[in-house]
Design a protein around this ligand. Structure first.
Ligand code: NAP
Length: 245
């Protein structure tokens, strides 16, 4: 039985993963900013699956303190054997990304924060030659688009980071899975115009757990997004910059 740390555990996608792991009898530590909501989710999981679920406070905006936070969480809850990095943030207002504070928050919550925490996890797993890492990136990281290029850049950077980490940890037997969802029906996308083929977050969570167990490196979810993104990546720049995407 393993103990899995889920960062951004109030996300519906993360809850789908938590259910799937709890069903298998894994122990969970749900981490995030909103302890009341985390406790509510933990109680729900305990009731449904009679599983061992703890909660921990963690704010990715405190980038400098995340390595200490990792050690504190392990000291309080025991060794962590797997991490799901599900946290992320996209401002509702695209223009917000042009202002300094929201722009820095986009980068902290989607890139520098996740990297700081996973660096600490990676060091521990590499030493123990045990563990796994799952990072939720996005198809938005596959090509810069005028409507959300800052979020896309942070996710693109996160995907590259996960790819490098996967290569580094391969020799230690620590798998790293990159998840690239398309549109998913969650708080992040609620009310956004122009969405299509929107996926169910609970189902997606189960698919993430299956992909991790199968030892996959990168998955697009749902899988047809691989083809969509292949096409989008091959649209010539002189055409792409004229599209209002
Ligand atoms: N929905 C989509 O269509 C879609 C598509 C591709 C990728 N994704 C990615 O999927 C992941 C899950 O997102 P979601 O769609 O389920 O949206 P969500 O419900 O908004 O979940 C985002 C999670 O990130 C956490 N978070 C935000 N800022 C944080 C911070 N400073 N410190 C710690 N946790 C923080 C939130 O916690 P709080 O409860 O404290 O706010 C929440 O748990 C994200 O990485 C997102 O970028 C989503």
């Amino acid at each position: 039985m393993t103990q899995i740390l889920i960062v951004g555990a109030t996300s519906a996608m993360a809850r789908g993963c938590a259910y799937a792991w709890a069903k298998q009898g894994q122990r969970l530590v749900l981490a995030g900013r909103d302890l009341t909501e985390l406790e509510r989710i933990a109680s729900d999981i305990r009731l449904r699956f009679a599983s061992n679920v703890q909660v921990a406070e963690l704010d990715l905006d405190n980038v400098k303190h995340l390595s200490t936070r990792w050690s504190d969480i392990e000291a309080a809850h025991g060794d962590i054997d797997g991490v799901l990095m599900a946290a992320g943030w996209m401002p509702e207002d695209n223009d917000a990304m042009r202002r300094d504070t929201p722009a820095l928050q986009v980068i902290a919550r989607n890139f520098t924060g996740p990297v700081a925490l996973l660096n600490a996890a990676a060091d521990a797993f590499e030493t123990r030659k045990n563990g796994f890492i799952v990072g939720i990136s996005s198809v938005a990281g596959d090509r810069g688009r005028q409507s959300n290029y800052l979020y896309g850049a942070a996710k693109g950077g996160f995907s590259i980071y996960l790819a490098g980490l996967r290569n580094r940890l391969f020799a230690s037997g620590v798998p790293v899975l990159t998840v690239k969802p398309g549109f998913v029906d969650t708080r992040m996308t609620w009310g956004l115009p122009g969405l299509f083929l929107v996926a169910d977050p609970m189902q997606l969570g189960e698919q993430i757990v299956q992909a991790q167990a199968a030892g996959k490196s990168t998955v697009y979810l749902p899988s047809f997004w691989r083809l969509i993104m292949l096409i989008i990546q091959h649209v010539p720049e002189f055409v792409f910059k004229r599209l209002k995407l």
